[in-house]
Design a protein around this ligand. Structure first.
Ligand SMILES: NC(=O)c1ccc[n+]([C@@H]2O[C@H](COP(=O)([O-])OP(=O)(O)OC[C@H]3O[C@@H](n4cnc5c(N)ncnc54)[C@H](OP(=O)(O)O)[C@@H]3O)[C@@H](O)[C@H]2O)c1
Length: 303
């Protein structure tokens, strides 16, 4: 089978002919679409905390078909998704809704679970809550805007460039700003932060009493050191969320959330945003789109 192999940190991907994966008690998915996630970018740049051994086939999210033609989507922990075939634990395979395309299927599980579980299991969203979402036009961001909206919150979207703001409003944000133009006086109950760095620190200052900053990622750089005294004194908190660990240690929590999200998708309350579909052979271009901050929604590879 054809697969995109990463041989070394910072290297280009190589389209290689590899043996088909051994099922070994798992099911083999014929990949029709593979999601590009920011973790793949971090791995390629050697910045991911749990680096796989290289060479490796990256990609932790796919949609495709089983041998009997069943349409499925799946998270593939430990990678392997940037390929024509990938072996997946049966428990990780979820039926793709009839109305969904493969590209949408490869854009759903990882981003929506990452937005939905903290917003429903970690924070308590009052009906009139105000939620600020950073990188709101990105993969996790477009999911978070829609999830927070569907839970009844007033959503403020923030992104790196003005071109991204219309999409945020279309998805249900009441207001949308580029980061430097977020009004100084804005105070919020919850921040969903996939960005980290200086933006994370600034967002902490925007929390109302009893507010929570949900730390999801560090696309812009590592988190600053935070003194708990600053949290205690202001009645605010930081919650961390990492889907990979939850999948390993609390799979039933993730399974329950998948069921709830599928119901919301079927009801039309959510939709995965596919920003670009790119042939697997052009995986370098797909990574460039995400890394240069020009992508919106999810970038998907088509083998
Ligand atoms: N904790 C978890 O379980 C989990 C799960 C999934 C993803 N994540 C994390 O969540 C974040 C978003 O992931 P994603 O796959 O949905 O990616 P994404 O949001 O589609 O892409 C990353 C976005 O981050 C923003 N960004 C800000 N500073 C950046 C910088 N210096 N370099 C690159 N991007 C920068 C960009 O949006 P703007 O230009 O609008 O700022 C960019 O579009 C990543 O940090 C990822 O690692 C965590």
């Amino acid at each position: 089978m054809r697969a995109a192999l990463l041989r070394e940190v910072d290297g280009p991907f190589e389209l290689a002919d590899l043996p088909d994966p051994d099922a070994e008690g798992r099911v083999v998915v014929r990949v029709r679409a593979a999601g590009v996630n920011f973790a793949d970018i971090l791995i390629r740049r050697g910045r991911y905390p749990q680096m796989p051994e290289l060479p490796a086939v990256l990609g932790t999210e796919v949609a495709g078909e089983l041998d009997d033609g069943t349409r499925v989507m799946a998270i593939t922990p430990g990678s392997g998704g940037y390929a024509e075939n990938v072996a997946v634990e049966r428990a990780q395979v979820v039926a793709l809704p009839e109305h969904a395309t493969f590209a949408e299927g490869a854009s759903f599980l990882l981003t929506f679970l990452t937005a939905y579980i903290p917003l429903t299991r970690q924070v308590r969203l009052r009906p009139d809550a105000v939620v600020l979402v950073h990188a709101a036009a990105g993969g996790v961001g477009t999911a978070a805007v829609q999830v927070a909206r569907s839970l009844g919150a007033r959503v403020i979207a923030a992104a790196g460039s003005t071109e991204k703001l219309d999409l945020c409003r279309e998805l249900g944000a009441a207001e949308a700003y580029v980061y430097d133009e977020i009004p100084d006086h804005l105070r919020v109950d919850v921040v969903v932060d996939p960005v980290g760095g200086a933006l994370f620190e600034r967002a902490l200052g925007r929390l109302r009493p009893l507010g929570t900053l949900i730390a999801i990622g560090f696309a812009a750089g590592m988190w600053p050191e935070i003194d708990p005294a600053n949290l205690v004194g202001r009645n605010v908190g930081i919650d961390g969320f990492y889907l990979g660990r939850l999948l390993r240690h609390e799979p039933e929590v993730v399974g329950e959330a998948v069921g709830e999200l599928l119901a919301l998708w079927q009801a039309g309350a959510l939709r995965p945003v596919v920003g670009a579909e790119i042939p697997l052979a052009e995986v370098d271009r797909a990574h460039e789109l995400v890394e240069s901050r020009t992508s919106v929604g999810k970038v998907v590879l088509v083998p």
